[in-house]
Ligand binder design. Structure first.
Ligand code: AMP
Ligand code: MN
Ligand code: MN
Ligand code: MN
Length: 283
């Protein structure tokens, strides 16, 4: 085992989490996290605050983000770790990736209005901390608050996934672009929660192979989005593809996330942890 309590995946109010970077840092530290990263969706505006808060709690820090990518007609998430947070190419790439969210949200609201749920755009906006980052999660919180569903999981199942009335298909960044933004900024690209995609075996092989060809070097193995059986499957994939392994809760909110910061099994010992490869990028 690789005995380091690293949590390299979570979200703040800068994207679709409900805690501030400072609140997350305090919670991570209280849970025994030793190395932390804040990985807001398509956005790095919280990085300075997170790094500073980590320092104040005596935690080590890696810069982070989680980039939305379209691959084989599905949305794939690529986590970036240890990049230079002032990198211009990366900042403009993320700005462009955020760009379509407002229009998409208006179309989602129109889809919901068609099934009798009025004013969902305005409702979702009440939960948004960063106006450039309105996400499905904010709609989900609104539909729970207004009593349409019991929890956010039910909202996704009934309204926000493909084929449901609030779903709008969207083209995000390309895999190659996302990996290059991260890599050229000195960081490591990591495939987030690989078990959560609905790829065929061939498509998954293409994802891992193309990801590596573009310069990607890591995969999440132990994540709050995986079952114990999936840890084993993707530990095997990490070895097979020669990728470093990452660990992160994907924590969003105390009320919603079933895995808290730092509360995960350690990485299996035979894998190379991403933090070994990124040793000189740790702050
Ligand atoms: P978006 O980037 O707007 O497409 O929203 C994606 C976000 O929705 C993810 O990062 C998760 O936080 C959340 N999400 C996706 N699927 C589910 C689900 N089945 N249940 C709860 N939250 C989900
Ligand atoms: Mn999210
Ligand atoms: Mn994700
Ligand atoms: Mn995430």
């Amino acid at each position: 085992m690789s005995i380091l309590n690293a949590d390299l995946h979570c979200h703040s109010v800068v994207s679709d989490g409900t805690l501030t970077p400072e609140e997350l840092a305090a919670r991570a530290a209280a849970n025994g996290v030793e190395l932390w990263s804040l990985t807001d969706h398509d956005e790095i505006a919280g990085q300075q605050r997170a790094a500073q808060a980590a320092r104040s709690h005596g935690m080590k820090y890696l810069t982070g983000t989680e980039i939305s990518v379209t691959f084989a007609d599905q949305t794939v998430h690529i986590v970036g770790l240890g990049f230079d947070a002032g990198d211009e190419e990366m900042m403009s790439g993320l700005l462009a990736t955020r760009g379509g969210r407002e229009q998409r949200a208006r179309e989602m609201a129109a889809g919901l209005a068609a099934v009798g749920i009025q004013d969902a755009y305005e409702g979702a906006l009440k939960y948004v901390g960063n106006p450039e980052l309105i996400s499905r999660t904010h709609f989900a919180r609104f539909l729970v608050e207004s009593g349409v569903c019991r929890d956010t999981g039910e909202v996704f199942r009934r309204f926000l996934v493909e084929g449901k009335p609030g779903y709008v298909s969207h083209r995000w960044a390309s895999l190659g672009a996302a990996v290059q933004w991260i890599t050229r900024a000195g960081g490591m690209a990591v495939i987030a929660h690989p078990a959560r995609y609905r790829f065929t075996a061939n498509e998954e092989f293409a994802l891992f192979t193309e990801f590596k060809a573009h310069g990607g070097r890591g995969v999440e193995v132990v994540t709050g989005s995986h079952t114990a059986a999936e840890y084993v499957t993707y530990a095997e994939a990490a070895r097979e593809y020669g990728l470093a392994a990452s660990r992160g809760s994907d924590f969003h909110s105390p009320g919603e996330s079933h895995t808290d910061l730092g509360q995960l099994p350690y990485l299996p010992g035979e894998l190379t942890p991403v933090w070994e490869v990124l040793a000189d990028r740790i702050q």
